[in-house]
Design a protein around this ligand. Structure first.
Ligand code: IPE
Ligand code: IPE
Ligand code: MG
Length: 259
């Protein structure tokens, strides 16, 4: 943890005590399914894009807070491989929002030593959006602070198929070169996922009251702790993150063994 708790959480609600957070037991990797932007906007009589814009403010706060409490990897589900099914206007609006936000935020993230990377099929994104993410990676790739993993055009099933294709290509190349293909193990498979080099999430948060995975990190969440909250994503602030972290710290992780 880089900063004191009362600095990170200056005005906690009465029912929440930030000093309960154990700095030594903060999850290394937090993954978030940021859901509910559309409903948040609807409640206010606004269009869905208004909700997505409000969602960006929540993302900014959560990135800063996660980094401050010592989370090492924060993965945010920003656009799924199924979200192309949405109205064209919303999809285009989101793609533009990703591009402008990334360009506007990259300097601030760099100052916080955050390293920004993506998982998902970024080659299928509009050029402007792809370039903005590439620029963020280029600028921040040597940073040693928190890694922000933006899951964009991400789908867990497609990721596994891409990994299998890559494994098969390697195996064929090995055979052509007269070598034995690499042995297939959990570790070798995981090295072909988009998340190679990223530890599995310890904590998975989903907002907006939904209790489903929606094709997120299917392989990686085998032993993640789930925290679901009814709060809609634009209302998810540092205190909601603190609640999730405290709930995580109260869990008993067994990984299939007996304790
Ligand atoms: C999540 O909010 C953001 C994205 C999927 C990009 P939604 O847009 O899914 O909001 P709801 O679920 O319709 O309220
Ligand atoms: C999951 O939310 C995807 C993201 C948060 C980017 P959705 O709103 O797309 O999920 P479903 O359709 O409710 O399962
Ligand atoms: Mg949704």
């Amino acid at each position: 943890m880089n900063k004191p708790l009362d600095y990170i959480f200056p005005n906690p609600p009465a029912d929440l005590d930030p000093t309960r957070l154990d700095p030594a037991a903060v999850p290394e990797h937090v993954a978030v399914i940021m859901d509910g932007n559309g409903r948040w906007a609807k409640e206010r009589g606004k269009n869905r894009l208004f909700g997505h814009k409000a969602g960006i403010d929540a993302v900014r706060e959560i990135i800063r807070c996660a980094s401050d409490v010592g989370v090492r990897y924060l993965t945010i589900y920003s656009f799924s491989s199924e979200n192309w099914k949405r109205p064209q206007e919303e999809v285009i609006g989101l793609m533009n929002l990703f591009a402008t936000t990334m360009l506007a935020e990259v300097d601030g993230l760099h100052e916080e030593h955050v390293r920004v990377m993506t998982i998902g099929r970024t080659d299928e994104l509009p050029k402007k959006t792809r370039d903005a993410f590439a620029k963020a990676w280029e600028k921040t790739k040597d940073n040693d602070g928190m890694t922000l993993v933006v899951a964009v055009n991400y789908g867990g099933r497609v990721e596994m198929l891409d990994a299998m294709r890559s494994l098969m290509d390697e195996a064929h190349a090995a055979v052509r070169a007269g070598r034995a293909p690499e042995e297939l193990t959990e570790e070798s498979f995981a090295r072909h996922l988009y998340t190679a080099d990223i530890p599995d999430p310890d904590l998975l948060i989903r907002t907006s009251g939904e209790m489903r995975v929606s094709n997120f990190l299917l392989w990686q969440i085998a032993y993640s702790e789930f925290v679901c909250t009814d709060v809609l994503w634009p209302d998810f602030d540092r205190y909601e993150l603190l609640r999730a972290l405290l709930e995580f710290q109260g869990r008993d992780r067994r990984f299939g063994a007996v304790k």
